[in-house]
Design a protein around this ligand. Structure first.
Ligand code: GLN
Length: 258
């Protein structure tokens, strides 16, 4: 009975379930802030929010998740989770993609949603192939603040996204994805083709840590509206956008380089 009522509440879009993949192992450079931002912006719209922590061996309730978050991690953390991702999560995540769940994957998580991540030692960690991308570690790490111009198709206003990157991986996009945006400042996917991140349906991959969502409320709302399959009432984002614009202006003006 209780489950049926919960289902009705969820069906009525009054409840959001966030699935946090490997919250204990894949969570660096403020990634936790993305969970807090998803929770708060859903609550400001009157939604009841539940966070399901999906660590190693855990998949109970995964079919009820509306939006998945997969944070970043150093090579050693990725080596600790990739097999569990393949064995206990992959089929559920593929089903979730089919039913329209949303995904935000950052850096190491982004790489493992792709086909593989090859470490600097040459070890190839297989991914689950939800995103048509391949990653190979490069020599010099890509570190610093990033500003991108998001893909017009996403309809984001402002078009820019800001964040922080720290990765050795160079990611190359296949035909099955579009970039999240074009780099205006920073390295992005590989420091060569000017692309950053990847988007396929409701799956968003990016190298942007920081954490990403607090300074990009427009992207947060896009991910939430995709997860809930409905438009969201606008909020007063003047504080968030002031932080966004401050970083953007500083990075694009080059004042920091002085
Ligand atoms: N270990 C991966 C790399 O170095 C991902 C790093 C991260 O998540 N910040 O590219």
């Amino acid at each position: 009975m209780a489950a049926a009522i919960l289902e009705d509440v969820r069906a009525l879009g009054h409840r959001l379930t966030i699935g946090w993949l490997y919250s204990d192992l894949m969570n660096i450079y403020g990634d936790r802030g993305n969970i807090q931002t998803l929770i708060q912006r859903a609550r400001w719209r009157g939604l009841e929010v539940r966070v399901l922590e999906l660590g190693k061996g855990a998949s109970e309730g995964i079919e009820t998740v509306d939006v998945f978050f997969f944070g970043g991690g150093q090579d050693k953390e990725q080596e600790l989770v990739y097999d569990d991702l393949l064995e206990t999560k992959a089929i559920h995540l593929a089903n979730a993609m089919q039913r329209g769940a949303a995904f935000l994957a950052v850096c190491g998580g982004y790489q493992l949603l792709g086909h593989y991540y090859q470490t600097a030692q040459g070890e190839r960690l297989p991914g689950i192939g939800l995103l048509d991308v391949r990653t190979v570690a490069g020599g010099k790490r890509c570190i610093g603040d990033v500003v991108i111009e998001s893909d017009a198709e996403l309809g984001l206003q402002p078009r820019t996204l800001v964040g922080f990157e720290n990765h050795s991986g160079r990611t190359y996009l296949g035909d099955g994805v579009r970039p999240l945006g074009r780099v205006r400042r920073g390295n992005g996917n590989n420091g060569e083709d000017g692309s950053e991140g990847a988007v396929s349906g409701n799956i968003f991959g990016t190298y942007l840590h920081g954490s990403l969502l607090p300074k990009n409320p427009h992207l947060t709302d896009l991910i939430l509206s995709r997860a809930l399959n409905r438009e969201l009432e606008p909020l007063d984002d003047s504080l968030e956008l002031a932080a966004h614009n401050w970083i953007k202006d500083r990075e694009l003006s080059g004042s920091r380089r002085a």
